[in-house]
Design a protein around this ligand. Structure first.
Ligand code: GLY
Length: 373
């Protein structure tokens, strides 16, 4: 098992990240040491059956005063209504400030449970146990929590750092192919924006990573997960609240979030971000920020990952633009982008990451992108 700890700059918040295989027991030892009066296991309908019941039984066996509460799986349920229901479950069980939330699941569970923990009695701790590629790759650490509203994705939320994250890569072996493969895009994103060596390593080992079967898989995945956390940690410790540097982690997410929402969440987050990365790479290329080769490189790796690069037919350029104007990243009604100038290098002008384009330029580039073969 590997362990990395984050301590955020100018804060005394520390987050312990554990990565390895078969981590349930380590997680339970950690939880016991926290010595809380109540443990709240939050999960969704799918993970409850796959992992929740087993984990709950082990916790009870270890003597924790724990209960499980779950909600219907899927991004469509990352809503205010569900948050209220979960909070009511905590009240019913008489949870006080000496309770801890355990988020067991993918990105939706982590975001929702983290947000519940961030506001319950003005904040109680959360431990994240991610069970999907996307949550191991990105969403379980860094402290972003929140929910979706009709106006857009993650528009209500809070920064609430988990006390600990247990990244058990064994769980990935049984994840369905669609979720597994698409989630890898967030790992590749970290290479594209900040670390060419890591990007090249991913590219060289993509077949093994996708196979999940070869003997080499465990060793390679252990390295991938640790390097991936290290890149994100470097960014988050510097700029927890996304005042500038952390914006680089949003690469592909301005167009990606709009496309995800406009697909009515039929696209998984990773699938939408794969499209978003390609479209934003094209935007960078068309505006002289990166070369055509750099754009094509990104399109190729997305294709090698087996992901769609095209914006689904039926999603209009105008709708994308209107939604991007409402995105958290927009300022003065103008969408903002974090781009890359070359593989492994994020783009900045005078130290500023966010880049704006006129709505006319955006519409032209998106229309042109849609016409590409
Ligand atoms: N998912 C991007 C971030 O954590 O900032």
């Amino acid at each position: 098992m590997n362990q990395i700890s984050f301590t955020l700059k100018n804060k005394d918040t520390t987050c312990d990240v554990f990565a390895g295989t078969n981590l349930y027991n380590e997680a339970i030892v950690y939880l016991k040491k926290m010595n809380k009066a109540k443990y709240v296991l939050i999960t969704d309908s799918k993970v409850e059956k796959l992992h929740g019941e087993t984990f709950l039984a082990k916790c009870i066996e270890a003597g924790l005063d724990i209960f499980m509460t779950s909600f219907q799986e899927g991004e469509k349920n990352k809503t205010r209504t569900i948050k209220e229901k979960l909070e009511d479950a905590l009240f019913e069980q008489k949870c006080g400030r000496d309770a801890v939330v355990i988020a067991l699941g993918g990105g939706v569970v982590g975001d929702m449970a983290g947000f519940v923990a961030s506001t319950y009695m003005r904040g109680i701790p959360v431990v994240q146990i991610p069970t999907t590629t996307i949550s191991i790759a990105d969403s379980s650490y860094g402290g972003k929590t929140g929910l979706d509203v009709p106006a857009g994705k993650n528009l209500i939320g809070a920064f609430h750092q988990p006390i600990a994250v247990f990244m058990d890569t064994e769980l990935l072996k049984t994840l369905d192919k669609r979720n597994y493969d698409s989630g890898l895009i967030e790992i590749i994103k970290h290479g594209i924006i900040k670390n060419k060596k890591f990007y090249e390593f991913l590219k060289e080992n993509l077949e093994t990573i996708l196979s999940r079967e070869e003997e080499k898989y465990d060793k390679i995945m252990a390295k991938v997960v640790m390097d991936n956390i290290t890149i994100k940690r470097e960014v988050v410790v510097e700029d927890q609240k996304e005042s500038n540097l952390r914006k680089i982690l949003n690469y592909g997410h301005t167009i990606g979030h709009a496309v995800e929402k406009l697909s009515n969440f039929d696209l998984l987050h990773g699938e939408a971000i794969a499209i978003g990365i390609c479209a934003e790479a094209f935007l960078a290329y068309k505006n002289g920020i990166c070369s055509e080769e750099c754009f094509l490189e990104q399109k190729n790796i997305v294709e090698s990952l087996g992901q769609e690069t095209k914006i689904p037919e039926g999603i209009s350029t105008n709708d994308i633009i209107e939604l991007m104007k409402l995105d958290k990243k927009a300022r003065e009604g103008m969408p903002e982008f974090s781009l890359v100038s070359e593989i492994g290098k994020y783009f900045e002008t005078d130290g500023v990451i966010a880049k704006r384009f006129s709505l006319k330029v955006l519409a032209e580039v998106i229309d042109e992108y849609k016409k590409l073969e």
